[in-house]
Design a protein around this ligand. Structure first.
Ligand SMILES: [Zn+2]
Length: 377
């Protein structure tokens, strides 16, 4: 390995990516992010990609090698004139990502993941109807279980909680857990002596689609269960909105004088899409199974169209029961959305069923640790 010492003036790309207030930590994150996304780059490749000088890159690479986060993986395959560089690669098990999903009202799910989002260990704890302090104690025990089971240094703990969660990891309100103003992140940090981050479960699921399932950086994710949960990602960044309710389209009226909704109005989208409503409609009229699903899909497509147009989204992902969603409903929603937003300067937004299954929140919690603790977005 030769350490290149030739200074290289940073180009316009560098000025665009690196702001004056950014320090060494941000540059480290930038190099790690680049290797996370493109394994096998040499130091010279990294300098080109990041716009940092080769001296700076060599220095940052040395620190990442020292930390064990990356390794030298032999000569770079891409032959260029001059001396071949040494390929660098992420070490996926250099750190354990600890993740907890609190969205299931029966069982709390925990997992240990590699840096690439591979689940390597799982721990569950029954919630057993616990609420308030008792629920908090159960979460803390689950976090300790994970910490004990970790076989590599832990980068941090990420938690996906139902309800409203502020940017500091305070759960402002989570009805199913009986929590109001619970500073969960601070509590877990103190209990474990480990960095902890907490965010809303639906928002984490959207980040997981982007980070681990090849999802667009501009996407809306809808979780369709008892109600409609929503999360919005624009430019890869979660968008929360004024009331942390961005993307919540469940109570947009699609059928004036339709079925009564729990919000007090009639004919909300939720009265068509929420699983209990949809199942009831199908049970009431079994002869029109596909037609009912298609009607629900058309309502969904109609509500999605202006959202997709305003935010220029390229993807809408549905989480929830596949037997209800992934068929006539999805097809009708896609057809309506495509037709209603058709224009020559933009391709149609793709509507898909989530491929992450029950692990969406766990993966999102791991993505949260990656982002907050290692700077990998
Ligand atoms: Zn409603």
């Amino acid at each position: 390995m030769s350490t290149r010492t030739t200074p290289r003036s940073s180009g316009t790309r560098a000025r665009r990516l690196i702001r004056p207030e950014d320090g060494r930590r941000n540059n480290i994150a930038l190099v790690l992010q680049t290797l996370y996304d493109h394994s096998g780059l040499s130091r010279a490749d990294l300098a080109r990609q990041t716009g940092l000088t080769r001296v700076t890159v060599s220095d940052l690479v040395a620190e990442l090698l020292d930390d064990g986060l990356i390794r030298e993986a032999g000569p770079n395959e891409q032959v260029r004139p001059g001396k071949p560089g040494t390929a660098l690669a992420l070490v996926p098990d250099a750190r354990d990502l600890l993740a907890i999903d609190l969205s299931d009202q029966v069982t709390l799910h925990g997992a240990i993941l590699s840096l690439q989002g591979e689940v390597v260990h799982r721990v569950d704890r029954p919630l057993a109807g616990a609420r308030g302090d008792a629920a908090l104690a159960t979460v803390t025990e689950l976090a300790r279980d994970l910490q004990r089971a970790a076989t590599h240094p832990a980068a941090g703990l990420g938690v996906g909680s139902p309800g409203l969660v502020d940017a500091d990891g305070v759960v402002l309100n989570a009805t199913s857990l009986g929590w109001r103003d619970v500073n969960l992140a601070a509590h877990l940090e103190a209990a474990l002596g480990l960095p902890a981050d907490v965010a809303n479960d639906a928002n984490l699921a959207a980040q997981a689609e982007h980070r681990f399932a090849g999802g667009s950086a501009n996407l809306l994710r809808l979780q369709i269960v008892g109600g409609l949960g929503a999360a919005l990602l624009v430019g890869g960044t979660p968008v929360l909105g004024e009331n942390s309710a961005a993307g919540e389209i469940g109570h947009v009226v699609v059928e004036p004088d339709g079925a009564p909704c729990r919000c007090g109005k009639r004919g909300c989208l939720e009265t068509w899409l929420a699983t209990p409503h949809l199942t009831q409609r199908l049970a009431d009229d079994p002869g029109h199974h596909d037609e009912i699903l298609a009607a629900a899909g058309r309502h969904l497509g109609t509500v999605l169209a202006p959202v997709v147009a305003v935010l220029d989204l390229s993807q809408v992902i549905l989480g929830g029961p596949r037997d209800l969603l992934d068929g006539p409903l999805l097809a009708a929603a896609q057809a309506t959305l495509t037709e209603d937003t058709r224009v020559d300067f933009r391709g149609p937004a793709q509507l898909t069923h989530s491929t992450l299954g029950d692990d969406a929140v766990i993966l999102g919690a791991a993505a949260l640790v990656l982002r907050r603790r290692l700077g990998v977005r």
